[in-house]
Design a protein around this ligand. Structure first.
Ligand SMILES: [Zn+2]
Length: 241
């Protein structure tokens, strides 16, 4: 899960209508779901980290620090489940790049580099967003239930990333490198590109800087996820991983 930094609020006060934050969020973070990482232009929405429907978080409905971008899939799983910062990991607060591994079969696993306590938090985030499930059912614009197979999507992008890596091994050119970065941005799934290019420092650095809003303080000089907890960015419950 790409760790992100949405930066300071573009406004002095909370948003009167939280939907107005959408273009600001997209400009900072790109058209990517903050949880499943896929690029999605329609059906991407302002996501309230702490659900606006729970009375204890009503006052956060227009708060910049409570916004991420979420796809229908992740939103419909997360719904109004309570989000207690100390009980799970979040991409704006923790080094979520260090917390998960993206496996060849398309599944997402908690990294075995985490401590037992950290692993419990990482598992809870998978459960919260349904990233541990292969199939999610959502209702489309016609009210029909459709199944979206996220495992298959991750496998497809992985294949694309592997083909790109092979192409670069054959022809190491600046224009091809730029093309591969554009391909990654067009498809999303930052963590899969970072995984497939695990032996290629230069390409990893390019991905980190090309995906808008990636938290650079979560990566070392070779663009590998740092092991020590993310530096505290002043948000409640930050720096658990
Ligand atoms: Zn999503």
């Amino acid at each position: 899960m790409r760790p992100i930094d949405r930066g300071d609020s573009p406004r002095d006060e909370d948003y009167g209508n939280y939907r107005d934050a959408f273009p600001d969020l997209v400009s900072r973070l790109g058209f990517f779901c903050s949880y499943c990482e896929r690029r999605i232009v329609t059906y991407l929405a302002v996501e309230h980290v702490q659900p606006k429907t729970l009375p204890q978080y009503e006052h956060l409905v227009g708060r910049w620090d409570n916004f991420l971008l979420g796809c229908v899939n992740c939103n419909s799983t997360k719904l109004n489940r309570d989000v207690v910062f100390d009980e799970l990991l979040l991409p704006d607060r923790d080094n979520t790049s260090h917390a998960y591994r993206y496996i060849e079969d398309g599944t997402v696993e908690v990294s075995d580099l985490l401590s037992a306590d950290q692993a419990i938090l990482a598992e809870k985030t998978l459960w919260l967003t349904g990233l541990d499930k292969p199939i999610s059912k959502i209702e489309d614009e016609n009210g029909q239930f459709v199944a979206i197979d996220r495992v298959r999507q991750r496998k497809e992008v992985r294949l694309l990333a592997i083909m790109s890596r092979n192409d670069l091994e054959e022809l190491d050119s600046e224009s091809l490198k730029r093309h591969v970065v554009e391909l990654a941005l067009a498809h999303g799934y930052f963590s899969i590109w970072m995984t497939v290019f695990s032996e290629d420092v230069e390409m990893r650095k390019r991905f980190v800087s090309a995906f808008p809003g990636t938290a650079t303080d979560c990566f070392d000089a070779t663009a590998l996820a740092t092991v020590s907890p993310r530096p505290n960015n002043g948000l409640d419950g930050a720096s658990k991983v």
